[in-house]
Design a binder for this molecule. Sequence first.
Ligand code: HEM
Length: 380
Amino acid sequence: RYAGFASLIENGPVQKVTLFTGVTVWLVTGHAEARQALTNPNIVKSFTEGPHQDHVPAELVAAMNQHMLMANPPDHTRLRKLVSAVFTRRRIDGLEPRIKQISASLLDSIEGSRFDLVSQYSYPLPITVISEMIGVPTDLRDDFRRLSSIATSGPLHTPEDYIAAISEMADLLRGLIEEKRSEPGEDLLSELIAVRDGGDKLSDDELTSMVYLLLVAGHETTVNLIATGIYNLLRHPDQLTKLRADRSLLPAAVEELLRYDSPAMITFPAKANAPVQIGDVTIQPGEVVLPTVWTANRDANRFSSPDTLDITREDNQHMAFGHGIHHCLGAPLARLEARIAINDLLDRFPTLRLADPAEEPARYPNLLLNGMTRLDVLTD
Ligand code: HEM
């Protein structure tokens, strides 16, 4: 992966490539160029570049893709405003004690001196948090988890398997919405339904799409921030020692872990709707633009010693959460979860180390998400 991305950086900040999916895109690998691309109003999100779009039935596209990440103004503005009203900073900050409780109970259940950090800690933590926040009952979580993993690795599955997964997800979401409608709870979905039923600002399809986005975006990336973040700390003992000694460095350390090995490698595809100049390149109407935030965060024109992990780095304006109008809505939640998770792991296991330090852990075969399938660690 590093070698692949390093060669992308060498090939220049804006380059035309044909992906393994057969789609030709402009990869925007430079930091300044990615910012330009993500703030240019003539580069707009386009779902036709999503996986297997020629095959997915229109009814399913409508039910699952009418969310803010695929929307452009004015729809984007309306959808983001609606969810921002219930996804508030106060609500996120109020989650801290509960996240700490979930973290502690996961750590309590770890037995023996060797464990897989991904399946036993970094995956269950964010999925439990976002499920509780949205109001997904415990018995549905494994299904959502299975389907979400297919949904986020669409090109690796056949169109039939991909469509079957999305379709099952849509049914689960519709069922859940009906349940919450008849029996509302103290959760975000019940509040969104109240918004939906209180006026005509949110259609039924927009509601299923929004819950789908929040569920998937709410855990598939945070799991990687925690696991890959711990991996990178364990591989840099000098940085780990500093952090162990001074926990006030945690917020800066989380930012640096986000920059150094970004959990989302790209932002979602977008298309030019007019000729657009990015760096030295003019992108023509209809051409696809794919900013790669992983490489933007390693751009030597923006960061000094970009390949060095430095948890005291200043002026760390990374793009791990994207940029512009689609800047990650869940960034405060992701940061809070990562701080708690890293802090609690370091507290609980004073000698935490990699079980196989000579081996590079297997990463997901995924263009969007940068994560490990497992990470064995030792605690003795
Ligand atoms: C958007 C990354 C956690 C919800 C984005 C984008 C990125 C990103 C790069 C922009 C995508 C684009 O422009 O195409 C991350 C990372 C996370 C994380 C690295 C964890 C480390 C979360 C969490 C939530 C969330 C916990 C909670 C629900 C969203 C939503 C959007 C978004 C709703 C779309 C915003 C919009 O279109 O206006 N995220 N995310 N994310 N993220 Fe996150």
